[in-house]
Design a binder for this molecule. Structure first.
Ligand SMILES: C[S@@+](CC[C@H](N)C(=O)[O-])C[C@H]1O[C@@H](n2cnc3c(N)ncnc32)[C@H](O)[C@@H]1O
Length: 246
């Protein structure tokens, strides 16, 4: 691991440890806090290089799906209290994580929370941002939430409408599948106590797809079919970061 990567990871871990008491123990499974600690190095480096020379006061970045804020912390540090950082996730995460970032003296954090209801997701928050937006809104959107076609297919269209021309959408986890990730976690942590809402959310997600769909790379389908067919996006980082060119 490079020195920079190691340093970012160390900072994220120490941030989580300082504020671990703010977060419920069992959003996903016991000890989850020690698992979701890896900041996304490619995303952080891309933001630094794309906006390093820009006027940060005018930059709006969104992270959709923040986990333990391992990456959020570094985006906030990059913005340095200039511009806006919008974070989307379940209320159970965004509320305490905003508090944690405020305690680190970051005051430009805007939260967009969801419930665990079956038809709820960050798409509702995006819709109402769009309703109130007077002009294209975001410069960079890091989409790292549900990783499913029904949620993120719609999210892509909403983000597209909210993204400035020349702005970027960053999709995490091109190769992610429900079979490879959620099933493993549910089985591995079956005996661990989960919050009732989070536990049933994971179970329900698995029950909502056919067996072939559980094995499909749904983020890849969105990128390869929908983003490609718009003809309006240029690949910046293969299978991950796309610039809206028209
Ligand atoms: C892989 S984690 C995000 C990791 C984070 N971006 C990072 O770099 O550390 C995915 C996040 O998406 C959130 N998420 C998944 N489905 C969601 C939904 N339907 N509505 C809101 N948040 C959701 C989860 O709660 C989780 O925090």
């Amino acid at each position: 691991m490079s020195d920079k990567k190691h340093a970012l990871q160390k900072e994220s871990k120490s941030f989580m440890e300082r504020y671990a008491h703010y977060l419920p123990d069992t959003i996903y499974y016991k000890d989850w806090k020690n698992v979701v600690v890896e900041p996304n190095f490619i995303t952080i480096s891309a933001i630094e290089s794309l906006f390093g020379n820009a006027d940060k006061e005018s930059i709006r970045i969104a992270e959709i799906g923040i986990g333990m804020a391992a990456t959020t912390l570094h985006i906030a540090k990059f913005l340095d209290n200039k511009g806006e950082l919008h974070i989307f996730d379940f209320n159970e995460s965004v509320i305490p994580i905003k508090k944690m970032l405020n305690e680190e003296c970051f005051s430009n954090i805007y939260i967009h929370g969801s419930s665990y209801k079956k038809m709820d997701s960050y798409n509702w928050n995006l819709l109402f941002l769009l309703k109130n937006a007077k002009h294209p809104f975001f410069d960079y959107v890091f989409l790292d939430g549900a990783h499913s076609f029904p949620v993120d297919g719609l999210a892509f269209f909403l983000i597209d409408m909210l993204l400035k021309k020349g702005g970027y959408i960053d999709f995490d986890d091109y190769h992610w599948t429900h079979a490879g990730h959620i099933i493993g976690s549910v089985e591995k942590y079956a005996d661990e106590q989960q919050t009732e809402d989070a536990g049933s959310f994971m179970q329900r997600t698995l029950e909502s797809f056919t067996p072939p769909q559980l094995k499909m790379k749904q983020v890849a389908l969105i990128i390869d079919i929908i983003v490609a067919k718009t003809g309006r996006y240029k690949e910046i980082v293969p299978e991950k970061i796309y610039q809206k060119i028209a």
